[in-house]
Write a protein that binds this ligand. Sequence first.
Ligand code: SR1
Ligand code: MG
Length: 423
Amino acid sequence: MTGKSPFEALSVETLAGRLGANGPLCSQIGKNTSQWKVREVGDGNLNLVFIVEGAEGAAVVKQALPYVRLVGDSWPLPLKRSFFEYHALTRQQARAPGSVPEIYHFDEGQALIIMEYLSPHIILRRALIEGRQLPNIARDIGLFMARTLFRGSDLSMATKDRKADLALFADNVELCDITENLVFSDPYFDAKMNRHTSPQLDDIVAELRADRDLKVEAQRMKHIFAANAETLLHGDLHSGSIMVTDTETRMIDPEFAFYGPIAFDVGMLLANFWMAFFSQRGHEQGGSRDAMRDYLLGVTVETWSVFRAEFSHLWRTERTGMLYQKSLFEDQDDRLGAEQALDHMLQSIWTDLLGFAGVEVHRRILGLAHNADFETIADPDLRARCEAKALKFGRHLAVNRRQIHSIDEVNQLAALIERESKT
Ligand code: SR1
Ligand code: MG
């Protein structure tokens, strides 16, 4: 199979025949295709994902489809998202070595990436639903975000390189469009593909759609998302885009990558930890999840703290871009000036990440793309109670973000909302 053949979706049956002569794949797993075992394991919303095992190893083959898998071919989606994913992975590997799967091969025409099979890793969201406390995720994800977001910005890159990259990723229009609609607008009106736990949440949904302050803030966040091309984002950094073992963490699936605000990745990620927190009540069949709830709030504190510390470290040691040049500060013995600018930047990331977190919580409960944290709670009354608390929390973050000064304050609010109704 070469990049020149017309696009054709792979299947479990055709994969060995079509990729049997692929050098990088054969050198990973062995070239005797009669020994290859192929499984399709994609459980995301968009793509095909195959695990291919051979006599000498295993690899993942990920292929984009020309439509949204979750919805079907009534929603076409360009194959070029695979190109953006490939280029984002190469940049993330350079900026945060060891944090993403190794790439073996990219075929633009077939929209496929052959990459490292991460084993025994599982999706972080699944681990959190199971109640597993992973000791390293906050450190690993905090470092990943600080390194990729700092090093992809005008704080670090030569401006010529950054502008060229900005132009490259500006073409990821359709995936940005998904985020722009699904995250920032659809939850707040009766959009066609929305769904929610009904009738339990009907009144709350009506209230949120009539909430003028909330709708204005959601649109302000959308404006920041669309207009602030600050750095190369992962673009979809939730707990379903992270694979873990007890000691290892890898970020996957950056097909939504584009140049946007630093706070976006951080806010989306933290929102997913807070949703995991509010969903725990629905997963207590095996016993109390009090310790898991404490753990999750601790993870948010540590992630933000690691992010801040590493971002500050890079600010002091790698600020080679055109912004806040050292010639204006350190070179004139004005270290305090550089620190003052850093404080401003961290403060603005903080305020914006709360807004992004608030709308992310809402869209996972009210929009098209829900998350398994809540969806796997079988009892709809119990699920709705968990979701209602998260919606209230999300509204507070989005609307009051300028008045919230610390992550402890956010977590006190989460604990308070959680305690309001213990059932
Ligand atoms: C139609 S795609 C829905 C969602 O799935 C992806 O993982 C992104 O989060 C997107 O918003
Ligand atoms: Mg994804």
